[in-house]
Design a protein around this ligand. Structure first.
Ligand code: ZN
Length: 312
């Protein structure tokens, strides 16, 4: 008997699914099982807070985050540390304890404007110095001014950078599929305070920001809220520290939310992508060191790190 096996595997995010179609002449199996990613603990919401530049206001921001049990990703310019209004090199390990330290280049240049050799130095040297200062691996970055081009991506990829955040707000909750072109959901408070002396606009933008946050809190679909900004912005006009605390209060202590860093989410998504399924999808192996949660046939499963399990 001739058995024809046609295997089609498609993985995409947002509508994360894996399909396997199997046909045989005797009609034994016809299986197209959708495998959806859930966040750790079977959660459907993830929160990332990511702040750039490493200025002294990070001290206050991080202590506020710690107070609310929130974790963040902090993109730092190693050559600016120790200069006026920036954190000192010595306090990196202490201030960002429990948070992710990530690269933002040595000197904050506009990467598409400089030579390949300079990009290599700006990113590679920032990684090396931040790894020395934090005592942890630095595997991601935020582009200064959010700017990049194909050549920049090729170079940072070669330097072992696994994700790079832009400043292009999506106003949506999708899971990034290109980690080196990672567009966040929204800037802190939207575009409030972007132009001074425009309280009407500030009010409108703030309302829009909280609308996005509330939408995230209410949605039932798989959703990532990725808010980015700078601690130093909060020292500007208006009562932005109070707004920041109000926002932290809204999103903290929620059992439905997976609180993570950017690299934490990258590792989790990669672990999901690397799950190995049997032909008929009845078995799955998780080769990673992270427990991975999936949804299949309307049921949630925990695929424990390093294990193989039956799904049905
Ligand atoms: Zn910056």
């Amino acid at each position: 008997m001739i058995v024809i096996l046609a295997l089609i595997t498609v993985i995409n995010y947002g509508n994360a699914q894996t399909n396997a179609a199997i046909t045989s002449k005797n009609g034994l199996v016809s299986s197209r099982e959708k495998v959806e990613m859930l966040f750790p603990g079977g959660k459907t919401k993830a929160l990332i807070l990511s702040f750039d530049d490493g200025m002294v206001a990070d001290r206050r921001l991080v202590s506020l985050m710690n107070e609310y049990g929130l974790i963040g990703t902090f993109h730092l310019n190693s050559n600016k540390l120790g200069t006026k209004d920036y954190l000192t090199k010595e306090e990196i390990k202490v201030v960002y304890k429990g948070h992710e330290v990530s690269a933002h280049t040595v000197n904050h240049p506009n990467l598409p404007d400089i030579s390949r050799a300079e990009v290599l130095y700006e990113v590679g040297e920032d990684r090396r110095e931040l790894e020395r200062l934090s005592g942890n691996l630095v595997r991601g970055m935020a582009y200064p001014f959010g700017n990049y081009n194909d050549s920049v991506i090729e170079i940072i990829n070669g330097l072992g950078i696994e994700y790079a955040r832009t400043v292009k707000d999506t106003y949506s909750f999708g899971i990034p599929d290109e980690f080196l072109k990672w567009n966040p959901t929204i800037h802190q408070f939207g575009k409030a305070y972007f132009t001074s002396g425009n309280p009407e606009n500030d009010k409108k933008e703030l309302a829009g920001f909280y609308q996005v946050v509330n939408h995230f809190l209410k949605t039932d679909s798989l959703a990532l809220l990725d808010v980015w900004g700078h601690s130093w912005e909060n020292d500007g006009a208006g009562d932005r520290w109070t707004e920041m605390e109000k926002f932290f209060k809204m999103v903290s202590g929620n059992p439905d939310i997976y609180y993570t860093t950017q690299i934490g989410l990258v590792d989790y998504i990669n672990a999901f992508k690397n799950l190995k399924f049997s032909v008929d999808k009845s078995m799955v192996t998780n080769l990673s060191s992270i427990n991975v949660f999936i949804k299949m046939k309307g049921k949630a499963f925990n695929i424990e790190a390093g294990s193989t399990r039956l799904l049905y």
